[in-house]
Design a protein around this ligand. Sequence first.
Ligand code: ASP
Ligand code: MG
Length: 396
Amino acid sequence: MSILVQKYGGSSLADLQKVRQVAQKIVATREEGHDLVVVVSAMGDTTDDLLTMAKEISANPSRRELDMLLSVGERISMALMSIAIQSHGHEAVSLTGSQCGIITTHNHSNARIMDVRPFRVQDELEQGRIVIVAGYQGASYRRDVTTLGRGGSDTTAVALAGALGAEACEIYSDVDGVYSADPRVVLTARQLESLSYEEMQEMARCGARVLNEEAVEFARRAKIALYARSTHDRESRGTVVRVDYPQDARVRDESRSPAVAVSHIDEGLWVVAGEEADAVMELLESYRVAAQRWRPGEAAALFLNVDDVHGVDALVEEIRGVAPEVQVERAGMVSAVGSGIGRRPRWARMGRGLVEGSGAEVREMFLFPDRLSWVMGCGEVRAAAGAVHDGLVLGQ
Ligand code: ASP
Ligand code: MG
């Protein structure tokens, strides 16, 4: 039988009524004849609530203990979901990340999956059970519980799908797919039918939170089609992320809309590191913060997405501590994503014009094959995102 991996996000599991509804949906899918592995996130705001509790006790809680604490959120969901499915007369079993053989680095609160050995999952599937998995967690090679960074349940789902040779991985949430920009910020944003792994990765890297970047990377490597769908809206087809067909990029390039989407980061860090760029990069590695780097060699400048960092102020202090000439400030970034967009100077020129036309002052521009990014003041981001979206995605 073909294996299907599904993941349900926290807002789709926010209360018991919702847990019951999702359980019914799972049972229906099972009855269609799939072997099912279901990854769950923590219910509603549980993760944030747990984090707040820890911070009330200590301004700087140990990251190991935070992992112990935060991993509980997903365990509550998995047990309740399994109980709900059993109450429909189906066999289900819940498993933690560690029981599923998810082995990670030792980097607490932001661990990376190194290996997945899903023997237990396979055994349970063979027994005819629906397997419910606690997302967002694994065990380090030192046998400590680790968590995978915010939104990490997506990564659990895709990594398991890859290791099990699943037919597809479906990510269910309250949003009905991937949009061409954050629809809460850019009102003209529209739902995308399909996009490539690379495009989705660039979007995630630049602030889009629908799918986790690492999850998309796993899907790309295992060539698994990744579906983003709405939990409740059965009519909507959602978005599929898969191998790009080369003609898509060509068509886009010849049309007036070279970008598929625009992503933005309201508040990141802008670091002018000069000669110290390598030292700063090394420090960032320990935090697992990805840096966008420009002008290597010269007065190197970096832009950091710190949405997932617990304790940004501590990070800022550490970066300043690298050398007196290193400058750090808050800044935002708007990015236009599309295969090949960085290969045509006219798109970069046009994008810059759109950003400046929205009233923003460009501090730096990054140019990559599949992405153009502009760094600007935090307050300028939203208007610029709208202008770039309408110009480069809608072609208006
Ligand atoms: N519960 C975790 C978070 O809120 C992981 C997840 O939802 O994927 O970030
Ligand atoms: Mg969550």
